[in-house]
Design a protein. Structure first.
Length: 499
């Protein structure tokens, strides 16, 4: 099929499943158009959108596009992430009021009413942070109850190819960086996805958020322009998939490696029969999990490799070929350090992009050999170890630190950190002091990082182990986490400090 991603699909035939209710595509279109007309009366050009509810996010997102407004999407609801995104915006829309003063917002900046009971530690830190970090308010859009929308269903509604969507991702310098993409770049990727994976009358079911590029493309933009049904709920439990599989016979499951690893044994044969295809992105899916799912259900997982900067680069199904196959539109070469250099119509016109991934290239297929920087994937989210270390070393009692991923920690892989305290600060001598110190550092990190990205294990030393060449000795760092040095670890874990 031919897709025109520059003309808003006013004749939509699909529907949205929202809070167990079916909303027709026509109703959704009317809501988008009405909101776009109201937004169009505002002169502000750059709009920060943060919305937890997927259905309302979808209306806001396309209304902004129709009103020819540039969109800024925050990485998360963490205070500093929202404030960073606010620097690129003139006004906000959604369920977060961004960067008001503590006096006017009661100190709850970036925190909606639904978040009050979720994390006392995070909320208390937000309040204390904001009392000491006053900022100018960012204007916030609110619906005008008296605004009368015009009936414009007969008018051709176009999306400007050069309207931008700004996303944020961890940069190799240690600071999160803004990635600005034009609508035509996302449009080109959707056309490619439909060419590679065409299907009809399917229903999208997702375990990933719509706030990052993978979910944005696979759960929203692609389905909207190809009349797929969309289940708005973000799936957390296998039981939810079982329930939806009883009512929909042609599901596309948009998922992640960690979710599939947790749930591979919990799907029924009937549920997997009704799932036409499983997409997986955000990290590497282990061969064992891919083989297990294929062996049990005859379901070949379609993995997609790419990044916020590049969009999708390649795909594979490990049951057929462990090598990655390039998307048809892409041309690649190798840099001197064997990293992949991409030229693609998913990038800005005439641009090419040098990735941080070393590869072994074989025609239009390749094997990944590892990253050359310090960006890692943790729970399908990108994390800059440099940025985390930068936050910790900004504290007055920290001289240096090193964060790294430790394998074989019990039965899991975990992010850990070793902190070198300054000379005038004593190492924690007992469990209470250590607990207090970790709690203090976690409060700082929670202003930037989501709770799931924080280190699981902490060690405090008078000096980091460097060799005569001035390089950290990794074996000595790892030794700090061996069982003989893990005094009272069980007590700390049970208290929630390392979880």
């Amino acid at each position: 099929m031919t897709i025109d991603l520059y003309t808003f699909p006013v004749d939509k035939q699909n529907n949205f499943i929202h809070h167990e209710q079916s909303v027709s595509g026509q109703q959704w279109v009317k809501e988008c158009i009405a909101l776009a007309q109201e937004i169009n009366s505002y002169s502000e050009r750059n709009w920060l959108l943060y919305q937890d509810d997927f259905y309302q996010f979808s209306v806001n997102f396309f209304a902004l596009l129709l009103a020819d407004k540039n969109i800024v999407l925050s990485q998360s609801e963490q205070t500093e992430r929202l404030q960073q995104a606010a620097k690129f915006a003139d006004i906000s829309i959604g369920d977060r009021v961004i960067a008001e003063s503590a006096e006017s917002a009661g100190g709850d900046i970036g925190i909606g009413e639904s978040d009050v009971d979720e994390s006392n530690l995070a909320n208390n830190y937000h309040k204390n942070y904001l009392k000491n970090n006053q900022s100018q308010p960012l204007a916030h859009f609110s619906r005008d109850k008296d605004f009368l929308a015009q009936d414009s269903t007969a008018v051709a509604l176009n999306i400007n190819a050069n309207t931008t969507i700004t996303l944020f991702t961890s940069g190799s310098s240690g600071d999160a960086k803004a990635i600005k993409k034009c609508w035509y770049q996302l449009a080109n990727e959707v056309v490619c996805l439909e060419q590679l994976f065409p299907d009809e009358n399917s229903c999208v079911l997702s375990t990933v958020t719509h706030k990052h590029i993978y979910g944005l493309l696979f759960k929203l933009i692609w389905p909207v322009f190809t009349d797929k049904q969309i289940i708005c709920e973000t799936i957390e439990y296998p039981e939810q998939i079982e329930l939806y599989s009883q009512n929909f016979a042609n599901l596309l499951l948009i998922s992640s490696p960690s979710y599939l690893a947790r749930t591979a044994q919990q799907f029924s044969a009937q549920a997997m029969t009704n799932i036409q295809r499983v997409f997986c992105s955000g990290g590497a899916l282990s061969a064992n999990i891919a083989d297990e799912i294929f062996g049990k259900y005859q379901q070949a997982i379609t993995e997609v490799y790419g990044s916020t900067e590049t969009g999708g680069i390649a795909w594979r199904q490990q049951s057929g070929n462990v090598q990655w196959q390039l998307f048809p539109q892409h041309q690649v070469s190798l840099a001197k350090d064997d990293t992949l250099v991409l030229k693609s119509n998913f990038l800005a016109k005439d641009d090419c992009y040098k990735t941080d991934d070393r590869v072994e290239l074989n025609g239009r297929f390749f094997n990944l050999l590892g990253r050359v920087d310090r960006i890692i994937k943790l729970h399908e989210k990108r994390l800059s170890l440099d940025e985390m270390e930068k936050q910790l070393t900004s504290l007055e009692n920290v001289n240096a630190c090193h964060c790294f991923v430790l394998d074989n920690l019990g039965s899991k892989t975990a992010l850990v950190t070793v902190i070198e305290l300054k000379n005038n600060y004593l190492l924690p001598s007992d469990l209470i002091q250590r607990k207090q110190l970790i709690s203090t550092y976690k409060k700082v990190l929670l202003s930037v990082f989501e709770p799931s990205l924080l280190p699981r294990k902490w060690r405090f030393v008078a000096q980091l182990p460097f060799n005569s060449q001035g390089k950290l000795v990794k074996t000595e760092l790892v030794d700090l986490f061996k069982s003989s040095n893990m005094v009272n670890e069980e007590v700390l874990m049970s208290s929630g400090i390392n979880e």
